[in-house]
Ligand binder design. Structure first.
Ligand code: SAM
Length: 317
């Protein structure tokens, strides 16, 4: 047990305090997090058993209430009712920032609706920690959380991001990492990527390379992979610029003497798929082969539909 003897806050107002907790090393908790946990009346936790161990480590003992995915709606109402009577509640998820691929959103949404103050403390989260150490552009990014488990839904979800230029952040489960890496390579192409494993823990590791090199390297591992975040480079400049230019033309048909700077607008998947089909047609291959590739990359269309799309585009040329 660590005894820091930190003074509690004297004048903490009633409300919800979102308190991030360590994702690995227990020393990653902030002083403000500890003082807040020491000052609130009660703590709601995603997992009360692991919360008890964490709090015990810091010599904190508080009444605990569970709030997890299955009881979030009802339990949030109970907590908000208590806050309206003047209580101060902290919420901690199992690890990291509450509300980031963890419960917390419903509690915050309902609190705001009912005019209960929400105070979020800054602190550990696996997504941003992995991004900043990845070596990939960190100025603009998209956080995708976990991809859908079902292969068809996952591939469909990925199709939205083929042409967007921002770095992607994904949470990856060791049970699905190989099939996800395979889908990512097929749909996004073999891009630069970094896999961050066991951040802030004894076996912390950053695997920097491409989606395929990370895939090959992981396949040779015999030990447990642990917790992982995958950072993927955005679409290359050429792909992104082409997509933006086409979308810009669609949204703003050119008028004479107009400045033609393209805005940074997300591309809708239908336009992106058509663009992809046009690029495929530049390859010197039979239409049936191209249709197979197109349908693989855009799972919302069948191979027959892909064939028809390619045939129509070729006829238009
Ligand atoms: N709320 C957490 C946060 O702020 O990062 C995320 C919770 S989510 C249920 C758990 C996932 O986050 C893991 O499956 C893994 O993808 C990622 N993660 C959490 N801790 C990690 C760590 N120490 N190293 C790498 N990834 C981690």
């Amino acid at each position: 047990m660590l005894n820091l003897s930190l003074p509690p806050f004297e004048d903490l107002q009633a409300g919800i305090y979102l308190v991030p907790t360590p994702i690995g090393n227990l020393d990653d908790i902030t002083l403000r997090a500890l003082r807040t946990l020491a000052s609130v009346d009660r703590i709601a936790a995603e997992d009360t058993r692991s919360a008890k161990i964490l709090l015990g480590h810091f010599g904190l003992h508080k009444p605990l209430t569970s709030l997890h995915r299955d009881n979030e709606a009802q339990r949030s109402q109970d907590i908000l009712a208590a806050c309206k009577r003047g209580e101060r509640f902290a919420y901690i998820s199992e690890a990291g920032m509450p509300g980031i691929s963890d419960p917390g959103y419903v509690l915050v949404r309902d609190a705001i609706q009912e005019n209960v103050p929400v105070i979020a403390l800054p602190g550990p989260s696996a997504a941003l920690t992995a991004l900043v150490a990845s070596g990939l552009p960190s100025d603009r990014f998209l956080f995708l959380g976990f991809l859908p488990h079902a292969a068809s839904k996952r591939r469909q979800a990925l199709a939205f991001f083929v042409y967007q230029p921002l770095s992607l952040i994904l949470y990856v489960s060791p049970h699905r990492v190989f099939e996800e890496l395979q889908d990512l390579q097929e749909i996004l192409g073999d891009r630069k990527a970094t896999l961050a494993r066991e951040i802030s823990k004894f076996h912390e590791e950053y695997m920097r390379g491409t989606l395929s090199s990370i895939h090959q390297d992981l396949a040779q591992r015999t030990h447990k992979l642990g917790e992982m975040v995958l950072i993927i480079h955005g679409a290359d400049d050429e792909r992104a610029a082409q997509a933006h230019a086409i979308l810009h033309t669609q949204l703003n048909p050119p008028t004479p003497n107009q400045d033609t700077q393209t805005p940074l607008t997300p591309l809708d998947p239908e336009t992106a798929m058509q663009l992809d089909a046009q690029r495929l047609l530049e390859l010197d291959a039979p239409l049936s082969q191209l249709a197979k590739q197109l349908a693989q990359r855009w799972p919302h269309i069948t191979r027959k539909q892909a064939y028809d799309i390619l045939q129509n585009l070729r006829a238009d040329d």
